[in-house]
Each structure stands twice: as structure tokens, then as C-alpha cells.
Design a protein around this ligand. Structure first.
Ligand SMILES: Nc1ncnc2c1ncn2[C@@H]1O[C@H](COP(=O)(O)OP(=O)(O)O)[C@@H](O)[C@H]1O
Ligand SMILES: [Mg+2]
Length: 248
């Protein structure tokens, strides 16, 4: 059995046949680990997670979950194999209530199982429990992000992929959402976290990659990446280098 819940090896993918966006990207995430994916705008972070989720055509390379290949699996079958992907936008049904959003998650089980899963999501996100009959469109940005994560958890994934869950949230809400990710990690799920918010992401992450031009250029424990002067200067806005206040 593979030691890694998610393994991506030498992946090539893109939107047009002659224009690869991913150029040999390789990343891994183990169960119970938060892996952060950083990189400049346009580096291919979203393309990488969409390719893993079966939403962008892969031209070469391999993706696997717990050692089982999922490279060319269609997106709608990914959840059945234990992979849940939360897109950056349009990740909840705004006209439906919180409860309906959770209950209608694909592969969420039936009857008692579905109710148990719904309640475990409410146990994690008590704010959602208080609003279960409200339309998702009426939630705050932070609550909506929690609902999107809750929907993903309804399928009991082994790998959870999130594309910039902190986008548009206040620093306090980012902290709240990331604290929930740490709780989810404690349940043994592998989390791949795409982020612009390097400071907050490296503070909770275990390992991190910096993706540049469709390939990982730096890789390491989150804390050491934070302290790498080149990484700090190029991709973290120079926040970390020589600045003891910035230690996550
Ligand atoms: N749907 C699409 N069709 C064509 N090109 C796209 C599409 N989505 C993204 N791209 C291009 O792919 C490159 C990588 O984008 P993306 O993966 O969104 O980067 P990131 O998430 O790191 O900011 C960019 O040059 C972008 O213009
Ligand atoms: Mg992106």
C-alpha cells in the first residue's frame, strides 16, 4: 500500500492540446497531513487541483488515491473513490437551505447514515446548525465556506482538496476556517490546501509546495519554507525573511 493518500506524479495537463499549463507537476499528501500549495497567480494551482479532480484533461502522468490510480476517472466518480474537491467559487447551492445543501451532497449515504453525517457536520460547524433552514445564499462568506467544506465532508473523503477557501474572508474568519481544517486533519484525512494567504496557510500546514509555471519549484516542511529567504522574497511578499514577528 502506498504511504500517500494522494499522489500526483509528473502531471501534464491543460485546456488546449498544444498549450500545457501543468508541466510535470508532482505532489503528495499523506493521511492526517495538511499540504499547502502556494505559487504566483497563473502558476497553475487551480488547474492542478482541477486535473486531480477530473475536471481538466490530463495528457501525461499519473494520479492515485491510496495507491489506486484515478488519473482518467470522470469527475463525478471521484467522490466514490474518496476524493472531495471544493472549488474556489460556486461551491454551494444558494437557493437551497443549509440542510438541503448537505443532504443533497452526492454519495452522502441514505436514511440514518445521511442523518448521522449531517449531524457530524453540524457538530463541527455549530454556526451552520443554527442556520440549517436558511438559504445558503443568506449566509456570510465564512459560513458559506464552512458549508462548502461541510458538503465535501458528507462523502466521508480520505482526501479533501480546497481551492483558496480563505478568499474574501477577514483574517479572523480565515483563522476560524483554518482551525476547522486542523480538526478535520485530526480525523486522519489528507488535505490539499491551495492558498494565496501564505502566512495563515503555512501556519497550519505540515508541508508545502510552491508551484511555478506548472511545476513544483520548492518543497518542504511548512515552517522551513516560511523561513526560506528566496521563497519569502519571491512568493510570500518578503514577509518572512529576517522578520521574527512573522513566524507563524
Ligand atoms: N478555463 C481555462 N481555459 C484556458 N486557460 C485557462 C483556463 N483556466 C486557467 N487558464 C490558464 O491557465 C493558467 C493557470 O491558471 P490557474 O490554474 O488558474 O492558476 P492559479 O490558480 O495558480 O492562479 C493561466 O495562464 C490561465 O490563464
Ligand atoms: Mg487559482
Amino acid at each position: 500500500m502506498s504511504a500517500f493518500a494522494l499522489e500526483v506524479a509528473d502531471l501534464w495537463a491543460g485546456y488546449e492540446p498544444d498549450l500545457p499549463i501543468l508541466r510535470g507537476a508532482s505532489i503528495r499528501a499523506a493521511a492526517g497531513e495538511i499540504v499547502v500549495l502556494l505559487g504566483p497567480n497563473g502558476a497553475g494551482k487551480s488547474t492542478l487541483v482541477k486535473a486531480i479532480a477530473g475536471l481538466v484533461a490530463i495528457s501525461a502522468g499519473r494520479t492515485s488515491l491510496d495507491g489506486a490510480e484515478i488519473t482518467h476517472l470522470p469527475a463525478h466518480l471521484m467522490v466514490r473513490h474518496g476524493l472531495a474537491y471544493v472549488p474556489q467559487t460556486d461551491n454551494v447551492f444558494v437557493a437551497m437551505t443549509v440542510d438541503e445543501n448537505l443532504r443533497l451532497a452526492a454519495f452522502a449515504g441514505a436514511g440514518a447514515e445521511r442523518r448521522a453525517r449531517t449531524e457530524s457536520v453540524y457538530a463541527l460547524f455549530s454556526e451552520l446548525a443554527a442556520q440549517r433552514r436558511r438559504p445558503a445564499g443568506h449566509l456570510s462568506g465564512g459560513q458559506r465556506q464552512m458549508l462548502a467544506i461541510g458538503r465535501a465532508l458528507m462523502v466521508r473523503p480520505r482526501v479533501l482538496i480546497l481551492d483558496e477557501p480563505s478568499a474574501g474572508l477577514s483574517p479572523r474568519l480565515v483563522e476560524t476556517v483554518f482551525a476547522k481544517l486542523a480538526e478535520i486533519r485530526a480525523g486522519g484525512i489528507a488535505i490539499l490546501l491551495v492558498e494565496q494567504n501564505a502566512r495563515a496557510a503555512l501556519a497550519i500546514g505540515d508541508r508545502a509546495y510552491v508551484l511555478v509555471e506548472g511545476r513544483e519549484r520548492h518543497e518542504g516542511p511548512a515552517a522551513s519554507l516560511w523561513h526560506d529567504p528566496e521563497v519569502a522574497r519571491l512568493y510570500l511578499g518578503g514577509l518572512a525573511a529576517g522578520d521574527s514577528e512573522s513566524t507563524p
